[in-house]
Design a protein around this ligand. Sequence first.
Ligand code: ZN
Length: 290
Amino acid sequence: MGDSPKVVRDTEIMSDQHPPLWLCATCGVEYSPAVTPPAQCPICEDERQYVPATGQRWTTLDKLRDTGHSVEITQVDDRLWGIQAPGVGIDQQGMLVQTDEGNLLFDVPGLVDDAAIDTVRGLGGIRHIVASHPHMYGVQSAWSAAFDDAVIWVAEADAGWLGHRPDAVRTWSLPFDLLPGIHLGQIGGHFPGSTIAHWADGAAGKGVLLAGDAIFPTPDGNVTFLRSYPNRIPLSPAVIRRMADHVQHYSFDVLFNNFGAQAGPDAAAIVARSADRYIAWTSGANDHLT
Ligand SMILES: [Zn+2]
């Protein structure tokens, strides 16, 4: 991707502006540039996350880079790449999907750097950015700015969680095709606007579901669903049924969460089976076993 005009602006992005963009040191989510950081991180104060016992801390992109953090990009499958910033935020892994009509970054690390920008440019850049839910906003404004103001799609139901709302943000509420072969759906559950991306051409045409942590692979080869993962807060049987029914609309063989964990092959059947198990336990059908 030869884009010499962008180099000047990227240099600006790579160095903290004054005032700088603030990142919550715990969740890695960005907040609007300001001279001083916000008083609180609403995302961490919510019952789905946590403020560490040591208290709220803030950082910036420069501080993260100065302390040795960097972005790592690894190939996961054909036309699918994982993008991670180890030690930043909750160690989430974004997924870059390459298509002939432009690329999607689904879930966003809390860091961007020059090397990552160069690598992603070589993979075709980024046209659309989608976070599965507010914990995954990361530094989406910085990634967007580095790629020609790539559109940042935010589920309207969750837009109130945005700590920074650059002009590139567009909200959505009805499911739609983001790119040929890539469909965005609002599965809800973990957050009302929890979003999944179905990539029909993924997994050699058998289909991939990028599920954020709406649906979460477990060590026994199944998946689970929670309102809060760190605090282990469950969801109701009715919500799990709704989520499982939503997923039945898609054909997919492999499911990825926002940490690079996967379920599959035959992930659609795994989700259906896991939903039945979850519902049995949360509805009381198994209470005689406890
Ligand atoms: Zn936070």
